[in-house]
Design a protein around this ligand. Structure first.
Ligand code: PEP
Length: 254
């Protein structure tokens, strides 16, 4: 059965790639993926490459994302990047609350919710990341942890905003480790997340919200993962840094 939600695959380049390397990669991706219409394709370069990549993907089917943004607007917030600054480069998406930021910058659900609200106010689509650690999975509290993150990170958003938000389920133990959740494990948690959205905002919002899976996604496991009924795409780290692996994930998911 065809999914009613369009798949979305986003590449999170993290703190990698010079401007020249970024341009080389998107140039290759444009050529490889020009014919793809079935999947929304997003690349999230570092801030320093946003302007160049933005120009390079004009008139292509590749959209631009940032990896973080400030919860505040313009003003005295040294080192921060406001939503309006991202909009200048036609950024359409912003990754929020990635587990690396939750771990290293101590970002909380409440902060992520404020950033998500600021993103929506600027017409940016937030990709809100949630996921349990290995210790939490082994303690059998995955559902509780992820439900708390989903409720906390979407707190205060309107139903219309939640519907447009992308939730990325990324088990922390699967990020950059080569360990992937099985498709059954991932589907189970995605279905649970969708039920949480049903509980907060009802069926029609939950039916529309897209939930990506992230954690060592590669060409070899993309088809199986993305064919699960509640998995609507992928957030890809390591494998998004090379044209071949990222393009094959997208082609294999169609
Ligand atoms: C990520 O950091 O969002 C991620 C999923 O990384 P990787 O694909 O490398 O596990």
């Amino acid at each position: 059965m065809e999914k009613e939600r369009k798949l979305i695959v986003a590449g999170n380049w993290k703190s990698n790639k010079t401007v020249a390397e970024s341009l080389a990669l998107v140039g290759d991706l444009k050529r490889e993926l020009a014919a793809v219409k079935e999947v929304d394709i997003v690349v999230c370069p570092p801030f320093t490459a946003l302007e160049s990549v933005s120009k390079a993907i004009l008139d292509s089917n590749i959209r631009l994302g940032a990896q973080n943004m400030s919860e505040n607007g313009y003003g005295a917030f040294t080192g921060e990047v406001a939503a309006g600054m991202l909009k200048e480069f036609s950024v359409g998406y912003v990754v929020l609350g990635h587990s690396e930021r939750r771990q290293f910058q101590k970002e909380s659900d409440a902060l992520v919710a404020r950033k998500a609200a600021a993103a929506h106010a600027a017409n940016l689509v937030p990709i809100v990341c949630v996921g349990e650690t290995l210790a939490e999975r082994e303690a059998g509290i995955t559902d509780r942890v992820v439900e708390t993150q989903v409720r906390g990170s979407l707190a205060g958003l309107t139903p219309e905003q939640v519907e447009k938000t992308i939730i990325a389920y990324e088990p922390v133990w699967a990020i950059g480790t080569g360990k992937t959740a099985t498709s059954a494990q991932a589907q189970e948690t995605h279905a649970m997340i969708r039920k949480v959205v049903v509980a907060i905002h009802g069926d029609s919002v939950a039916r529309r919200v897209r939930i990506q899976y992230g954690g060592s996604v590669k060409a070899a496991n993309a088809r199986e993962l993305l064919s699960q009924p509640d998995i609507d795409g992928a957030l890809v780290g390591g494998a998004s840094l090379e044209v071949r692996s990222f393009a094959d994930i997208i082609k294999n998911s169609i």
